[in-house]
Design a protein around this ligand. Sequence first.
Ligand code: ADP
Ligand code: MG
Length: 699
Amino acid sequence: MSLLNQPISYLKGVTVNKANLLLTELGIRTCNDLLHFFPFRYIDRTRYYKINELLNTNSEVQILGKIISVKSVAQKRGSRLVAKFSDGTGTIELIWFKGQKWIKDSLKINESYVIYGKLNFYNGNFSIPHPEMELEKEANKKIKSKLQAVYPSTEKLQDKNVTNRVIRGYIQTLLKEIFEVLGESLSNDFKGKYSLISKRDALLNIHFPKSNDALAKAQYRLKFEELFFIQLQLLRKKLINKQKIKGYVFESIGEHFNNFYANYLPFDLTNAQKRVLKEIRKDVASNAHMNRLLQGDVGSGKTIVALLSMLIAIDNGYQATIMAPTEILAIQHYNAMKELLEHVNIDIALLTGSTKAKQRREIHEKLEDNSLKILIGTHALIEDKVKFHNLGIAIIDEQHRFGVAQRSKLWQKNELPPHILVMTATPIPRTLAMSVYGDLDISVIDELPPGRKEVKTVHRYDSNRLSVFKFIKDEITKGRQVYVVYPLIQESEAMDYKDLMDGYESISREFPSPKYQISIVHGKMKPADKDYEMNRFVKGETHIMVATTVIEVGVNVPNASVMIVESAERFGLSQLHQLRGRVGRGADQSYCILLTSFKLSADAKVRLKTMVDTSDGFKISEVDLKLRGPGNMMGTQQSGVLNLKIADVVKDTPILQQARNAAIELLDDDPNLSKETNEEILRTYSLLKRTSGIWSNIS
Ligand code: ADP
Ligand code: MG
């Protein structure tokens, strides 16, 4: 067994205690872990300062000199250890508060030291607390590097004296021992093609860079490799799924589809809708299983694509289902589908948590005897004892609300898995989609139906409230309807509820009945009451809808033209974008007013400005990713992007693109990685396949 697979305590100088500390604090167990524990920054160690040229503006300095005396100085609590350090041009003080005894014993008087640390200036004297120091003769024996690596650390490690210098020492010992036998994970051809340096040189220079240029090359090689193997896994998984997992074949476009398309389609499809439909048709006509993500901004017209896809399934003798994340949405899908299918003879039903037992039984029967063709519902679909006669396609709306396990549950009811179409109105930045959904096919509706007016968006402070109310009145006079939305954050539900109720009261005062009618919807209401209130608004019986974010997804009231977001600074970008998407659905000019207090964080300012400046969901999602990082974006939890050791999905977009292309090209040429030239790649890939979480994710 190679040293790399051994625990780090096998390394010279690493005690069991230190090994345990490194494991609990940094997750480093084996030598290989240590080798792949990468610095997060570097300091230039080529420059030596002379003591007489130090300025109190210098922050971190390196000096060559000798200790001329050491003493303990009593202070209020305990003492400090002070060493006078001279380089011939002047003296400074080195100071220690912790580990004084141990340090005092180890200091050598009148020997040359290289010291490095943060420079303090106090009472006309320079000092360096807890400097990094090394005897010059020792420093000269080290691997020469121009830049010095700085590793992530923790307080506990600092306390126990496992400093950066110690870690660098361990890595140095390890590198010296294994450098000659360090294996390669990419072939020479491959490295040549993508201008990558050897793995060995990359690892050496990432820890001990010889030059800025060598460091850049090392970083590139290691980032490329990391992203390449993730893409290789995702793309191979997709390939294998295509080969192995069979899907029902929908051979032809039949009667229902053609009838609907020719006679009842309420509008011409946009080019984007046509293109996406073609992509779906191609999938379901092959005998592979469709696993497709449909991304389309709010209002881009995903519903009709869903319906047409379901009609294809039905024409081929199968059933179809739509799963929505909330009851309101399920009802809305149900109503929309029912209306679209008004003149088409297809049985359709709704199943949610509030469906009565009797209806439920009826639905079960009709599903099993195949007379019910479309079932729309919430989680209840999966939890219930629903048995389809033969489910041909499952459409999942807003997938971030559904867990992965739930998705796979759908599969269990069938002989073959139903084709899966996941629809999302939360655009995911392209690069993130590549990493998170790299094994799915992705379709994008990137065009809005014609005639849409952009929603005019403004940011106003709470102090402008009166003019905002005036504006609302004018719009209502014109016959429009208005949303007023309050934040809902799980942790402070009670407080949010109070905000909402206070808001409702003040709006009720400002907009008195009977002239104005107000609906209110929030999470604490019974579903039936919620529906009742929603419906009054949908039917135009109420003018104002006061709500928490329950209306965030999917709700469609074309006559609503104003969206007021209260405490807008508390919403995330994607939520704001979703909320704004509730208006601008009709022919009239619509408005979104973001109300905030005066106190705004820097991030909140960026969010508000982004909303005012653009309505492009993809642009907004890019900003969101930059602000929040991949860890907080939907869907990333199951993916490998959070465990990246060196690459960064936000900053390393170009490398990600190159790595993905390289993986595509490689698999085109050698889908099973069986060619001799790809031997190294296959070996690394097989190893990763066994150990990485990526393999076990989605569907
Ligand atoms: P979303 O993608 O948000 O689910 P919907 O499917 O609800 O969007 O469509 C939003 C609105 O646009 C609906 O009122 C729908 O009838 C309308 N619509 C969809 N496609 C078109 C089209 N090609 N031409 C005109 N109107 C369309
Ligand atoms: Mg929708």
